[in-house]
Design a protein around this ligand. Structure first.
Ligand code: KG4
Ligand code: ZN
Length: 335
């Protein structure tokens, strides 16, 4: 029997993306039209501009996604689309396109939770992770530790009490004079800095698997203001010290959760999982305990549609189908 082909469509923030995934594993195409350059000068995503750009890009990106995969719409088994969480205006663009295509071709429509997509990106690998596992979700809006026994079967162990890890990276970036999006720029600058140079508060919380990053964010801002204007080396040192503080607490708490749940597999999901220092810290923390660490390649960590197609694949196999009245849910939760 031929492999199931899923067309994925993603438009929750500032990337218009379309991808075709075969058998839930093989990425046949992964087209991403980023709007980053457009929003840079505003220091963040401007929702109205984003919606308008998605509208221009969505059909060409879908067409390219299909042609790069060497398939036509008639070949796909289902159309999977992000319906939340995200910006309502941008979500509606991808969702409306997916509905129109599903209606016109009489193909099943499958609404996908964007966060489940980030997690599913881990299974687009030659050696997919094994359940049960603990997953650290670290994106622009989320920092969650979850226990998973199967696709879509998850239990929340802990989460951030205030800022998400990605948000903390973006705000720290601003404090050291870097623009949007902050995460990758902080990582590049931190490579030239000494992570021991600036004493910063460890982001501790009482609850064993919860996080808090707002104190750390404030400490970075206060240091920058007190010592400013910072020389290049001081900026790099501050970025490196901040990155060490964030990655350290993420790795420590993930290990604690993995040991408490008795799992031998940990995975990471979301934009911050692209961070090399976090990947190293997690690997070094987990390896001595015989716990395997998985993470997607960087391009599948940040927003893309291959992950939406992958999550859609598992829903398709489970018989899940959405109706054409499927709505965008900006605050859709992980569970
Ligand atoms: O998952 P994502 O692309 O979008 C959301 O669903 O939120 O995550 C975006 C977040 C941003 O805060 C961005 O600064 C952060 O991920 N990020 C990084 C890196 N690449 C993206 N943070 C640290 N290091 C990176 N290399
Ligand atoms: Zn995302």
């Amino acid at each position: 029997m031929a492999e199931t082909l899923i067309l994925g469509i993603e438009s929750s923030c500032d990337e218009t993306a379309a991808a075709v995934v075969a058998g839930g594993r093989r990425v046949l195409s992964n087209i991403i039209a980023s709007q980053v350059d457009l929003h840079k000068k505003y220091g963040g995503v401007v929702p109205e501009i984003a919606s308008r750009k998605h509208l221009e890009a969505v059909l060409p990106v879908i067409k390219e996604g299909l042609s790069a995969a060497g398939v036509t719409l008639a070949d796909v088994d289902a159309i999977a689309v992000t319906h939340g969480p995200g910006l309502v205006g941008t979500l509606l663009v991808g969702l409306s396109a997916a509905k129109a295509l599903a209606y016109a071709t009489d193909k099943p429509l499958i609404g996908v939770n964007h966060l489940h997509g980030h997690i599913a990106a881990n299974f687009l690998a030659d050696e997919p992770p094994e359940f049960p596992l603990v997953c650290l979700v670290v994106s622009g809006g989320h920092t969650d530790l979850i226990y998973m026994t199967g696709h879509g079967q998850m239990e929340l162990l802990g989460r951030t009490r205030d800022d998400a890890a990605g948000e903390a990276f973006d705000k720290a970036a601003r404090s050291v004079g870097l623009g949007y999006p902050g995460g990758p720029q902080v990582e590049r600058l931190a490579a030239f800095g000494d992570p021991e140079a600036v004493p910063l508060p460890q982001a501790r919380t009482e609850a064993p698997y919860d996080f808090s990053f707002s104190g750390l964010k404030t400490a970075v801002l206060q240091y920058a203001q007190k010592k400013g204007p910072l020389a290049d080396q001081q900026r790099a040192d501050l970025a490196a010290s901040f990155q060490r503080a964030v990655t350290g607490v993420l790795a420590d708490k993930t290990l604690k959760a993995a040991r408490a749940m008795g799992v031998r597999q940990v995975i990471m999901a979301g934009g911050v999982a692209a961070n090399g220092a976090l990947r190293r810290a997690m690997g070094e923390t987990l390896a001595p305990h015989g716990i395997r660490l998985g993470f997607p390649p960087p391009v599948l960590c940040t927003d893309n549609a291959a992950m939406i197609a992958a999550a859609g694949h598992y829903l398709y196999e489970a018989g899940v189908r959405s109706n054409l009245d499927l709505n965008a849910i900006p605050a859709l939760g992980l569970l």
